[in-house]
Design a protein around this ligand. Structure first.
Ligand code: BGP
Length: 483
């Protein structure tokens, strides 16, 4: 008992450094609404939700979402209530460039983001902007979206418009949110827009093109804007914790394979010393492709020039982290569903029953999962600078304002963040997902991630702080995790 309590009291005194940025995150399609107002063009989520309502659990859309397009002042007021250091939000590409192409700029869209940024800066809240969080202009999708190699040029053009319009005030840029979810869930399976299900080719084609798009936008910033604007630019990749189910060699190997399939495919080309896709995956896919009768491997090669363009192209590693899994070489280890991984890789997935379960089937409170993930990434990728750009907990809509489960999750997560700082990991910030309830992609409004509850039955979408908002505010104020 003595050991436990003295350990606890030392932990309680650990502080977040003053320059460590604590904040929240959101994404344009999930909160803005105003889907066809003031000149905004259609995007792939507008298209999916309007044409294939069965794709979303409750048949809902983001047409109004949390109505943030009409709530700039209230949104910033919430940030002030919480005392946020940083707020991460994304830009809707088709609100700024209705067709996706940079020949025509929608000034009303630019104005909306200017109002938001200026209102935040008035109160000293640092904006961190994601250029692309999944809502691709529909016109570009009709030309193949990220299966078309030209997508990297369209993205670079868009990035130029963004840096030119907002870069005088915005110093933290994230090019792309979660390539895995874009590519595997959008192009390689039927989970997210554009739900192409383009067999096992779509994922890899998209992966290559997304990485090149990111790299072009990164170099554009470095070459043409950084000197004058002085900001930093990186990418966000989803990385959950994968630990072996047993200490057997087979389970260790399966775990490593799963890491490569989930995040290595996207992280390795940027953050590893050699660049390019993970070797083991390349071999597996090449072998399978040959067996399936393809005259070439389904995973495309980078040319030397492309490999060099992508390698090292990020000032930091943005990590979206939610949960953890135990991995086994035995595929039958559990029939519990998991988030889907690459079609070429199947490994066993296990979630211990004692890990508290959220409203999302894939999301549990997995102990020390942030520390586990960042120590792995630090070692593998030579000690990059990190931001945790998303981390959060879902509850059913009926839970209301008393969200002790979310509070328990955030306290555990932030302890794990402090463990990372103690271990010397160069982690510079943490953003909770999410500031407010929103349209949760294929779950619609059936799951809630917000520190603020949004009343979706009221057209104005009023926001009310949950208990977790008060706890988060106190942590931000004191720089200490209260218990
Ligand atoms: C991340 C996305 C977020 C957010 C979150 C919650 O992958 O970047 O946009 O939605 O997941 O997951 P979901 O909405 O799929 O339940």
């Amino acid at each position: 008992l003595v050991v436990c309590c003295s350990a606890l009291s030392t932990k309680q005194q650990r502080r977040f450094p003053d320059d460590f940025l604590i904040g929240t995150a959101t994404a344009s399609y999930q909160i803005e609404g105003a889907w066809n107002e003031d000149g905004k063009g259609e995007n792939i989520w507008d298209y999916l939700t309007h044409n294939n309502p069965a794709a979303v659990k409750d048949g809902s859309t983001g047409d109004i979402a949390a109505n943030s397009y009409h709530n700039v002042e209230r949104d910033v007021e919430m940030m002030r209530e919480l005392g946020l250091d940083v707020y991460r939000f994304s830009l809707s590409w088709s609100r700024i460039l209705p067709s996706g192409f940079a020949n025509e700029i929608n000034e009303a869209g630019v104005d909306y983001y200017n109002r938001l940024i200026n209102e935040m800066l008035k109160y000293g809240i640092t904006p961190m902007i994601t250029l692309f969080h999944w809502d691709l202009p529909q016109k570009l999708q009709e030309l193949g979206g990220f299966a078309n190699p030209l997508a990297s040029i369209w993205f670079e053009d868009y990035a130029r418009v963004v840096y030119t319009n907002f870069g005088d005030r915005v110093k933290h840029w994230i090019t792309i949110n979660e390539p895995r979810e874009i590519c595997y869930e959008g192009y390689g399976s039927v989970h997210k827009a554009p739900i192409l299900n383009a067999t096992a080719i779509g994922t890899y084609l998209c992966a290559k093109n997304v990485l090149i798009a990111h790299a072009k936008a990164y170099h554009l910033y470095n070459n043409e804007f950084k000197d004058k604007q002085g900001g930093q630019c990186g990418i966000t990749i989803s990385a959950n914790s994968f630990r072996p189910f047993t200490d057997s060699e087979e389970d260790h190997a399966a775990t490593e394979l799963r890491r490569q399939a989930e995040f290595g495919l996207y992280a390795e080309p940027i953050f590893s010393e050699e660049g390019g896709f993970p070797k083991e995956l390349v071999e597996i896919v090449a072998e399978k492709s040959a067996k399936e009768g393809y005259p070439w491997s389904r995973i495309p090669e980078f040319t030397d020039e492309e490999r060099e363009l992508v390698r090292g192209a990020s000032d930091f590693f943005g990590v979206n982290h939610y949960t953890g899994f135990l991995v086994s070489a035995n595929e039958q280890i559990s029939d519990r569903p998991t988030i889907p991984i690459l079609p070429d890789i199947t490994v066993g997935n296990y979630i211990p029953p004692e890990w508290p379960q959220s409203a999302s089937y894939w999301l549990t409170l997995s102990p020390d999962s942030i520390y586990d993930t960042l120590t792995y990434l630090q070692k593998r990728y030579n000690d990059p600078i990190f931001y945790i750009t998303e981390n959060g907990w879902s509850s059913p809509p009926t839970n209301g304002l008393l969200d002790d489960d979310r509070i328990r999750y955030y306290r555990a997560a932030l302890e794990s963040v402090l463990d990372c700082l103690d271990a010397g990991i160069r982690l510079k910030g943490y953003m909770a997902w999410s500031l407010m309830d929103n349209f949760e992609w294929l779950e619609g409004y059936t799951e809630r991630f917000g520190l603020y509850e949004v009343d979706f039955s009221d057209p104005a979408r009023p926001r009310t702080p949950r208990k977790s908002a008060f706890v988060y505010k106190e942590i931000l104020r004191s720089r200490v995790i209260d218990h």
